[in-house]
Structures are given as structure tokens and as C-alpha cells.
Write a protein that binds this ligand. Sequence first.
Ligand code: GH3
Ligand code: MG
Ligand code: MG
Length: 351
Amino acid sequence: MNINNNTFEKFRFTVSKHGILMAIFIAMVFEILRFFNIFPPSQLIVVTTFILVAILSLMYILIQKSNIKLIYIQWISLLSVITYIIFQTALVDYHKFLPIWIDFSIIIAFLIMDKKYALGLSFYSLVGIIFIYNLGVYKLDFFSFFTLLFSIVSFSILGYVISLQLNKYEEDNKRQKEKLKQLVLLDELTQIFNRRAFFEIATKLLKQANRENKKISVLMLDIDFFKKINDTYGHEAGDEVLKKVTCIIQKTIRENDIFARLGGEEFVILLYDVDIFDTKNIASKILEAIRKHKIIYKSNKIKITMSIGIYCIDTLNTNDNIKEFLLKSDQALYEAKNTGKDKYVFYKEEK
Ligand code: GH3
Ligand code: MG
Ligand code: MG
């Protein structure tokens, strides 16, 4: 029954995973270029690149393990990349375009992380750049330094806006899924569980009853002479009766009983943790409440009655299934219909 689809989580996971791979790739390319003397060789930079690649590779291995929180991996990876860039910016003098990678990392952070974590990274970048600049080892002039700070702030604002929009989509998506779930599980007219939901939930409840050694009862309910109501007052009146009957029954049963509309004017109730006396009691209460209630439709007073077939189960086996129980209560319902209606009948084992 798990319809909860986490498309956005999948997106964040995929971007993180491939982002780590991409960062490793870019770092390696720079090292290869350095190897061919396209960039000036520097032992310190080779060492820091090695450390970065080692951390990122570890993160790439860890991200595949489901027991580690994604946010830790994202955080460590982005923090390492940004620290590496700040460090490199301070060390090398071919730095003109290097700081752009910080802006890029910040945008990625807003795409894959919660806003507050991404903002934390922006703040870290700003502090890091200012710190390095104040150390005097930073090789950019003041104007370029200022441009870099300005770009980090601008990209953070852009990232924040993107993140807000993404969150909005995510919320809408969740709401739509919730709606879809209701459409799939609820009966449109009465807004109680439909046949499909009943089978799913009842199957789980049977297992629980078996584990907890609880008794259950399955009640099949059917409105008497419903066709006549439709024929006399119209289909809309029939619908009104179905809704009213649902309300009346809902008031009679407990919250943890399952109540569903199987289709047409047929309902089912699964009573949990009840013996035969409780079941009789509840069935009589339902019949009486329905009998007493007059449904008013366009100034017509419609009187209705119901018939109930009941199957009580004392001890459940692991291989019991709800379909079989429904058949038995249906058999009892058939007898109730044939012996006068407006009554309940218990299923009797044929000898
Ligand atoms: P019995 O007392 O033996 O149960 O007879 P009945 O007339 O209640 O039962 P029958 O199965 O002959 O008729 C059921 C009717 O229910 C036929 C169908 O038109 C009507 N029906 C089924 N679904 C709906 C619905 O959603 N709304 C309305 N208004 N009528 C429905
Ligand atoms: Mg009927
Ligand atoms: Mg029927």
C-alpha cells in the first residue's frame, strides 16, 4: 500500500552521487594537466588534491550504503570541495577562474540540501575567502576579491530562490499523492474504504489477530429492497440512503473496526477483538438504528431495513484469508434474506 513516492529524494540522491563523481573527475583532470606541465607543478597542491580525492571517494562508497544519512555525505563532500578551492585560490596564481567553482558548489548545495544547510555553506565560503584574504596570501587584488564575495552572495540568493521553488513543487507533489491515495482507497460516494482498501487492511488485521490471539467477526450487510427505493424515489434518493446508512453504521462501531463499501448497497465490517456476544450486540444495534431512522429525501420519508450475515472466528490460522471469511458471511447473509430480512444470521458450519 506504499504509494509514497519520493521523487525528490531520488533526485537529491542522484545529483549527490554524480556530483561526487564529477568533483573527483575535475580534480583528477587538473592533476593530469599539472603532470603535463600545463599548470605549474606544486607538491602542496598535489597533496591537497590527493586528500580531496580520497575524501570524495570515501563519500562515494558511503553514499551507496543505505544506513548512512545522505545529509552527512552531502555536507562533508561540499565542505571538502569548497575548502579545497579556497585553499587552492590562496596557493596558486593562475586563480582567475578557480573561485567560480565555489559559486557552482553553492548552487548544487541549494539543489540537494535543505536551505539552512546550504546557507551555512555560503556563509562558510564567505568567511573562508575573507580569512584567506586577510592572511595576505590571497593573490587576488581587492576588486577581484570583492567580485568573488559579491558572486557568492548573488549565487546564494539565486540558490535560495530555486530552493524555495523546489520546496513548493515538493509540497504540491506530496498533496497530489495524498489525494491520489484517497481516490484509490476511498469509496467516492460514502467516503469510507472501498473493496480494494478493505482487502488490504483486513489482510493485515488478520495477521495481527493471529499474532495477538484475538477473535474477530466479519459482518456482511445489505440494504433490503434497495432496488425498490431506487425505482420509487429515483437513483439520487438511493445515493442519499447509502450515505445516510454509512453515517448510522459509523456511529455504531468502534474506530478500530474496519468498515467498507464493497459495492452497490453492500457493506462489510470487520470487528476486531470481539466474542460472539459482542458481535450479536453490535449487529442488533446496527439493525435497530437503521430501522428507527427515517431518511428524508425531498419531503419523502424513506424507511429502510438491512440484513446482516455474520461469521465469527475464534482462533485464526496463518493461512486464513479474508476472501474465505467473506464467502461465509455472504452465505449467512443469503440465509437472512431468505428467511425474512431485517435480521442477522450467523454462519453455521455444514455437517
Ligand atoms: P434485497 O432486499 O434482496 O437485497 O434486494 P435489493 O433490491 O436490495 O437488491 P438488488 O441486488 O436486487 O438491487 C440492488 C440495487 O442497487 C440495484 C442497483 O441499481 C442499485 N445500486 C447499486 N449501486 C448503486 C449506487 O451506487 N447508487 C444507487 N442509488 N443504487 C445503486
Ligand atoms: Mg439489497
Ligand atoms: Mg445486494
